[in-house]
Design a protein around this ligand. Structure first.
Ligand code: ADP
Length: 326
Protein backbone atom coordinates (compact mmCIF):
# COMPACT_ATOMS: atom_id res chain seq x y z
CA UNK A 1 0.00 0.00 0.00
CA UNK A 2 1.31 3.47 -0.90
CA UNK A 3 2.44 5.53 2.07
CA UNK A 4 -0.06 8.07 3.30
CA UNK A 5 1.31 11.57 3.71
CA UNK A 6 -1.74 13.77 3.32
CA UNK A 7 -5.27 13.13 4.62
CA UNK A 8 -8.38 14.86 3.28
CA UNK A 9 -11.47 15.40 5.39
CA UNK A 10 -15.04 16.21 4.39
CA UNK A 11 -18.55 16.33 5.82
CA UNK A 12 -21.42 15.16 3.63
CA UNK A 13 -25.20 14.71 3.64
CA UNK A 14 -27.35 15.89 6.54
CA UNK A 15 -25.44 17.97 9.08
CA UNK A 16 -25.26 16.93 12.73
CA UNK A 17 -24.03 18.65 15.90
CA UNK A 18 -20.57 17.35 16.75
CA UNK A 19 -19.30 17.29 13.15
CA UNK A 20 -17.00 20.19 14.02
CA UNK A 21 -15.63 18.34 17.03
CA UNK A 22 -14.91 15.43 14.66
CA UNK A 23 -13.18 17.70 12.11
CA UNK A 24 -11.05 19.10 14.92
CA UNK A 25 -10.14 15.66 16.24
CA UNK A 26 -9.22 14.27 12.80
CA UNK A 27 -7.14 17.35 11.98
CA UNK A 28 -5.28 17.54 15.29
CA UNK A 29 -4.70 13.81 15.56
CA UNK A 30 -3.42 13.67 11.97
CA UNK A 31 -1.02 16.57 12.54
CA UNK A 32 0.08 15.04 15.86
CA UNK A 33 1.02 11.89 13.92
CA UNK A 34 2.95 13.79 11.26
CA UNK A 35 0.38 13.90 8.44
CA UNK A 36 -0.59 16.85 6.32
CA UNK A 37 -4.33 17.67 6.39
CA UNK A 38 -6.59 19.20 3.76
CA UNK A 39 -10.17 20.32 4.39
CA UNK A 40 -12.57 19.66 1.52
CA UNK A 41 -15.60 21.98 1.37
CA UNK A 42 -19.22 21.05 0.59
CA UNK A 43 -18.86 17.29 0.75
CA UNK A 44 -18.38 15.35 -2.45
CA UNK A 45 -19.17 18.44 -4.49
CA UNK A 46 -15.97 20.09 -3.21
CA UNK A 47 -14.04 17.01 -4.27
CA UNK A 48 -15.33 17.45 -7.80
CA UNK A 49 -14.91 21.23 -7.96
CA UNK A 50 -11.64 21.30 -6.00
CA UNK A 51 -12.75 23.48 -3.07
CA UNK A 52 -9.89 22.46 -0.82
CA UNK A 53 -7.78 24.19 1.79
CA UNK A 54 -4.67 23.18 3.75
CA UNK A 55 -5.55 22.79 7.45
CA UNK A 56 -3.23 23.67 10.33
CA UNK A 57 -4.15 23.15 13.98
CA UNK A 58 -5.40 26.75 14.21
CA UNK A 59 -7.96 26.15 11.43
CA UNK A 60 -9.89 24.03 13.90
CA UNK A 61 -9.50 26.26 16.97
CA UNK A 62 -12.63 27.29 18.82
CA UNK A 63 -15.01 25.01 16.89
CA UNK A 64 -15.58 22.10 19.30
CA UNK A 65 -18.60 23.89 20.77
CA UNK A 66 -20.16 24.96 17.45
CA UNK A 67 -23.08 23.17 15.80
CA UNK A 68 -23.17 22.59 12.03
CA UNK A 69 -19.96 22.05 10.09
CA UNK A 70 -17.26 24.59 9.22
CA UNK A 71 -16.53 22.52 6.09
CA UNK A 72 -20.18 23.00 4.99
CA UNK A 73 -22.09 20.06 3.63
CA UNK A 74 -23.95 19.27 0.44
CA UNK A 75 -25.81 16.66 -1.46
CA UNK A 76 -24.07 15.90 -4.74
CA UNK A 77 -25.82 14.13 -7.63
CA UNK A 78 -22.67 14.01 -9.80
CA UNK A 79 -20.89 11.82 -7.25
CA UNK A 80 -23.51 9.18 -7.96
CA UNK A 81 -22.20 8.93 -11.54
CA UNK A 82 -18.98 7.25 -12.67
CA UNK A 83 -17.92 10.43 -14.45
CA UNK A 84 -18.37 12.51 -11.28
CA UNK A 85 -16.38 10.07 -9.17
CA UNK A 86 -13.61 10.04 -11.79
CA UNK A 87 -13.37 13.82 -11.53
CA UNK A 88 -13.22 13.51 -7.74
CA UNK A 89 -10.34 11.04 -8.06
CA UNK A 90 -8.48 13.40 -10.39
CA UNK A 91 -8.83 16.18 -7.80
CA UNK A 92 -7.42 13.94 -5.07
CA UNK A 93 -4.42 13.03 -7.22
CA UNK A 94 -3.83 16.66 -8.17
CA UNK A 95 -4.01 17.78 -4.53
CA UNK A 96 -1.76 14.93 -3.35
CA UNK A 97 -4.41 13.61 -0.94
CA UNK A 98 -3.63 9.95 -0.20
CA UNK A 99 -6.57 9.03 2.06
CA UNK A 100 -9.96 10.43 3.03
CA UNK A 101 -11.98 10.70 6.23
CA UNK A 102 -15.68 11.07 5.39
CA UNK A 103 -18.09 12.23 8.10
CA UNK A 104 -21.72 11.60 7.21
CA UNK A 105 -24.70 9.28 7.24
CA UNK A 106 -25.80 6.23 5.35
CA UNK A 107 -25.77 7.89 1.89
CA UNK A 108 -22.34 9.44 2.35
CA UNK A 109 -20.83 6.14 3.46
CA UNK A 110 -22.49 4.35 0.53
CA UNK A 111 -20.77 6.83 -1.80
CA UNK A 112 -17.48 6.35 0.08
CA UNK A 113 -17.68 2.60 -0.31
CA UNK A 114 -18.33 2.76 -4.06
CA UNK A 115 -15.50 5.25 -4.56
CA UNK A 116 -13.03 3.27 -2.43
CA UNK A 117 -13.76 0.10 -4.40
CA UNK A 118 -13.61 1.76 -7.82
CA UNK A 119 -10.25 3.46 -7.27
CA UNK A 120 -8.74 1.19 -4.60
CA UNK A 121 -8.54 4.28 -2.40
CA UNK A 122 -8.30 4.30 1.44
CA UNK A 123 -11.32 5.85 3.17
CA UNK A 124 -12.35 5.85 6.82
CA UNK A 125 -15.94 6.83 7.67
CA UNK A 126 -17.27 8.51 10.78
CA UNK A 127 -20.99 8.11 11.57
CA UNK A 128 -22.33 11.68 11.57
CA UNK A 129 -26.12 11.68 11.72
CA UNK A 130 -28.74 12.67 14.27
CA UNK A 131 -30.83 9.59 13.36
CA UNK A 132 -28.50 7.04 15.04
CA UNK A 133 -29.41 4.62 12.25
CA UNK A 134 -26.02 3.18 11.30
CA UNK A 135 -25.46 -0.49 12.01
CA UNK A 136 -22.43 -1.53 14.05
CA UNK A 137 -22.21 1.47 16.35
CA UNK A 138 -24.20 2.09 19.53
CA UNK A 139 -24.18 5.84 18.88
CA UNK A 140 -23.71 8.29 16.03
CA UNK A 141 -22.32 11.82 16.24
CA UNK A 142 -25.20 14.29 16.74
CA UNK A 143 -27.81 11.89 18.09
CA UNK A 144 -27.46 12.82 21.76
CA UNK A 145 -27.67 16.56 21.05
CA UNK A 146 -30.77 16.10 18.88
CA UNK A 147 -32.36 13.99 21.61
CA UNK A 148 -31.74 16.77 24.12
CA UNK A 149 -33.21 19.36 21.73
CA UNK A 150 -36.32 17.20 21.37
CA UNK A 151 -36.53 16.84 25.15
CA UNK A 152 -36.46 20.62 25.68
CA UNK A 153 -39.10 21.23 23.00
CA UNK A 154 -41.45 18.51 24.23
CA UNK A 155 -41.16 19.74 27.84
CA UNK A 156 -42.38 23.14 26.65
CA UNK A 157 -45.24 21.68 24.62
CA UNK A 158 -46.24 19.63 27.66
CA UNK A 159 -47.07 22.86 29.53
CA UNK A 160 -49.57 24.01 26.93
CA UNK A 161 -50.88 20.48 26.27
CA UNK A 162 -51.76 20.03 29.91
CA UNK A 163 -53.23 23.55 30.34
CA UNK A 164 -55.62 22.98 27.41
CA UNK A 165 -56.06 19.25 28.01
CA UNK A 166 -55.05 18.44 24.46
CA UNK A 167 -53.63 15.54 22.55
CA UNK A 168 -50.42 16.47 20.72
CA UNK A 169 -48.70 14.61 17.93
CA UNK A 170 -45.11 15.83 17.73
CA UNK A 171 -43.15 14.84 14.65
CA UNK A 172 -39.43 14.24 15.04
CA UNK A 173 -36.75 13.25 12.49
CA UNK A 174 -35.84 9.66 11.67
CA UNK A 175 -36.96 8.56 8.22
CA UNK A 176 -36.14 4.92 8.64
CA UNK A 177 -35.38 4.74 12.33
CA UNK A 178 -37.33 5.39 15.51
CA UNK A 179 -34.44 6.01 17.90
CA UNK A 180 -35.17 9.73 18.34
CA UNK A 181 -38.92 9.16 18.69
CA UNK A 182 -38.66 6.24 21.10
CA UNK A 183 -35.93 7.56 23.39
CA UNK A 184 -37.36 11.08 23.14
CA UNK A 185 -40.70 9.70 24.32
CA UNK A 186 -39.10 7.92 27.27
CA UNK A 187 -37.10 11.02 28.25
CA UNK A 188 -40.18 13.28 28.26
CA UNK A 189 -42.73 10.90 29.73
CA UNK A 190 -44.77 10.70 26.52
CA UNK A 191 -47.71 8.39 26.16
CA UNK A 192 -46.35 6.69 23.06
CA UNK A 193 -43.90 6.73 20.17
CA UNK A 194 -44.98 5.81 16.66
CA UNK A 195 -41.94 4.43 14.88
CA UNK A 196 -41.21 2.87 11.47
CA UNK A 197 -39.70 -0.32 12.88
CA UNK A 198 -43.05 -1.65 14.07
CA UNK A 199 -45.38 0.07 11.62
CA UNK A 200 -45.88 -3.04 9.57
CA UNK A 201 -46.61 -5.21 12.61
CA UNK A 202 -49.50 -3.37 14.21
CA UNK A 203 -51.74 -0.39 13.71
CA UNK A 204 -50.03 1.71 16.35
CA UNK A 205 -52.71 4.39 16.40
CA UNK A 206 -55.53 1.90 16.90
CA UNK A 207 -53.60 0.27 19.70
CA UNK A 208 -53.12 3.64 21.35
CA UNK A 209 -56.79 4.53 21.19
CA UNK A 210 -57.89 1.12 22.36
CA UNK A 211 -55.66 1.40 25.39
CA UNK A 212 -57.09 4.86 26.02
CA UNK A 213 -54.88 7.86 25.25
CA UNK A 214 -55.41 9.53 28.52
CA UNK A 215 -56.48 7.25 31.32
CA UNK A 216 -56.05 9.35 34.42
CA UNK A 217 -54.23 12.16 32.64
CA UNK A 218 -55.54 15.42 31.31
CA UNK A 219 -53.23 15.61 28.30
CA UNK A 220 -51.31 13.30 26.02
CA UNK A 221 -48.23 13.61 23.85
CA UNK A 222 -47.27 11.12 21.17
CA UNK A 223 -43.93 11.36 19.36
CA UNK A 224 -44.05 10.34 15.70
CA UNK A 225 -41.02 9.52 13.51
CA UNK A 226 -41.31 11.45 10.24
CA UNK A 227 -41.09 8.28 8.15
CA UNK A 228 -43.49 7.52 5.27
CA UNK A 229 -44.15 4.20 7.04
CA UNK A 230 -45.69 5.95 10.06
CA UNK A 231 -47.56 8.45 7.89
CA UNK A 232 -46.15 11.34 9.93
CA UNK A 233 -47.89 13.47 12.57
CA UNK A 234 -50.26 15.29 10.18
CA UNK A 235 -51.72 12.11 8.77
CA UNK A 236 -52.17 10.55 12.22
CA UNK A 237 -53.83 13.69 13.55
CA UNK A 238 -56.25 13.69 10.60
CA UNK A 239 -57.15 10.11 11.35
CA UNK A 240 -57.86 10.88 14.99
CA UNK A 241 -59.97 13.91 14.05
CA UNK A 242 -62.07 11.76 11.72
CA UNK A 243 -62.27 8.55 13.70
CA UNK A 244 -62.19 9.84 17.30
CA UNK A 245 -63.64 13.39 17.27
CA UNK A 246 -63.80 13.51 21.08
CA UNK A 247 -60.09 14.40 21.17
CA UNK A 248 -58.80 17.97 20.90
CA UNK A 249 -55.81 17.28 18.65
CA UNK A 250 -52.82 19.46 17.75
CA UNK A 251 -49.68 18.84 15.69
CA UNK A 252 -46.14 20.21 16.07
CA UNK A 253 -43.42 19.38 13.57
CA UNK A 254 -40.05 20.05 15.18
CA UNK A 255 -38.19 20.11 11.84
CA UNK A 256 -34.70 21.51 11.39
CA UNK A 257 -34.40 22.81 14.94
CA UNK A 258 -33.35 19.21 15.70
CA UNK A 259 -30.18 19.53 13.64
CA UNK A 260 -28.86 22.67 15.27
CA UNK A 261 -27.24 23.79 18.49
CA UNK A 262 -24.05 23.37 20.41
CA UNK A 263 -23.17 19.67 20.72
CA UNK A 264 -23.75 17.95 24.07
CA UNK A 265 -20.80 16.77 26.16
CA UNK A 266 -21.50 13.22 25.01
CA UNK A 267 -21.38 14.18 21.31
CA UNK A 268 -18.19 16.21 21.73
CA UNK A 269 -16.48 13.30 23.47
CA UNK A 270 -17.79 10.74 20.97
CA UNK A 271 -16.68 12.87 18.00
CA UNK A 272 -13.26 13.46 19.56
CA UNK A 273 -12.72 9.75 20.21
CA UNK A 274 -13.94 8.73 16.77
CA UNK A 275 -11.89 11.41 15.00
CA UNK A 276 -8.71 10.28 16.73
CA UNK A 277 -9.59 6.64 16.04
CA UNK A 278 -9.94 7.40 12.30
CA UNK A 279 -6.26 8.36 12.19
CA UNK A 280 -5.26 5.30 14.27
CA UNK A 281 -7.19 3.16 11.78
CA UNK A 282 -5.31 4.64 8.81
CA UNK A 283 -1.98 4.13 10.60
CA UNK A 284 -2.93 0.49 11.21
CA UNK A 285 -3.60 0.07 7.49
CA UNK A 286 -7.39 -0.12 7.83
CA UNK A 287 -9.48 1.05 4.90
CA UNK A 288 -13.16 1.03 3.98
CA UNK A 289 -14.32 0.88 7.57
CA UNK A 290 -16.56 3.08 9.64
CA UNK A 291 -15.45 3.91 13.16
CA UNK A 292 -18.07 2.78 15.66
CA UNK A 293 -18.41 2.54 19.40
CA UNK A 294 -19.78 -0.58 21.07
CA UNK A 295 -19.98 -1.04 24.84
CA UNK A 296 -17.82 2.07 25.10
CA UNK A 297 -15.01 0.54 23.00
CA UNK A 298 -13.93 1.81 19.58
CA UNK A 299 -14.64 -0.73 16.81
CA UNK A 300 -14.07 -0.87 13.04
CA UNK A 301 -17.18 -1.69 11.05
CA UNK A 302 -16.74 -2.57 7.35
CA UNK A 303 -18.72 -0.14 5.15
CA UNK A 304 -20.55 -3.10 3.67
CA UNK A 305 -22.07 -3.92 7.08
CA UNK A 306 -22.65 -0.37 8.30
CA UNK A 307 -24.77 0.54 5.28
CA UNK A 308 -26.37 -2.78 4.46
CA UNK A 309 -27.89 -3.85 7.75
CA UNK A 310 -30.70 -2.13 9.60
CA UNK A 311 -29.82 -1.25 13.14
CA UNK A 312 -32.42 -2.97 15.33
CA UNK A 313 -34.46 -1.03 17.85
CA UNK A 314 -34.21 -2.31 21.41
CA UNK A 315 -37.59 -3.87 22.23
CA UNK A 316 -36.98 -3.45 25.94
CA UNK A 317 -37.30 0.32 25.38
CA UNK A 318 -40.71 -0.14 23.77
CA UNK A 319 -41.90 -2.19 26.72
CA UNK A 320 -40.53 0.35 29.17
CA UNK A 321 -42.41 3.16 27.41
CA UNK A 322 -45.64 1.12 27.44
CA UNK A 323 -45.33 0.29 31.13
CA UNK A 324 -44.52 3.82 32.20
CA UNK A 325 -47.27 5.54 30.23
CA UNK A 326 -50.23 4.06 32.12
P1 ADP B 1 -26.55 11.14 4.42
O1 ADP B 1 -25.08 10.90 4.28
O2 ADP B 1 -26.86 12.11 5.53
O3 ADP B 1 -27.34 9.85 4.48
P2 ADP B 1 -27.44 11.54 1.63
O4 ADP B 1 -28.21 10.25 1.57
O5 ADP B 1 -28.08 12.73 1.05
O6 ADP B 1 -27.02 11.95 3.11
O7 ADP B 1 -26.04 11.29 0.88
C1 ADP B 1 -25.07 12.30 0.80
C2 ADP B 1 -24.33 12.24 -0.50
O8 ADP B 1 -23.63 10.99 -0.60
C3 ADP B 1 -25.18 12.29 -1.77
O9 ADP B 1 -25.55 13.58 -2.13
C4 ADP B 1 -24.23 11.68 -2.80
O10 ADP B 1 -23.27 12.63 -3.21
C5 ADP B 1 -23.53 10.61 -1.96
N1 ADP B 1 -24.20 9.31 -2.19
C6 ADP B 1 -25.31 8.83 -1.61
N2 ADP B 1 -25.64 7.61 -2.10
C7 ADP B 1 -24.70 7.32 -3.05
C8 ADP B 1 -24.47 6.21 -3.93
N3 ADP B 1 -25.28 5.14 -3.94
N4 ADP B 1 -23.38 6.27 -4.74
C9 ADP B 1 -22.56 7.33 -4.74
N5 ADP B 1 -22.72 8.40 -3.94
C10 ADP B 1 -23.77 8.40 -3.10
Amino acid sequence: MATIKCIGILTSGGDAPGMNAAIRAVTRSAIFNGFEVKGIYRGYRGLITGEIKQFKTENVSNIIQQGGTILKTARCQEFQTEEGRKQAYETLKREGIDALVVIGGDGSLTGARTFAQEFDYPIIGLPGTIDNDLYGTDLTIGYDTALNTIMDAVDKIRDTASSHERLFFIEVMGRDAGFLALNGAIATGCEAAIIPEISTEIDQLEELVENGFRKSKNSSIVLVAESPTTGGAMQLAERVKNEYPQYDVRVTILGHIQRGGSPSAQDRILASRMGAAAIDALIEGQRNVMIGVRNDEIVYVPFSKAIKYDKPINRELLNTLRRLSI
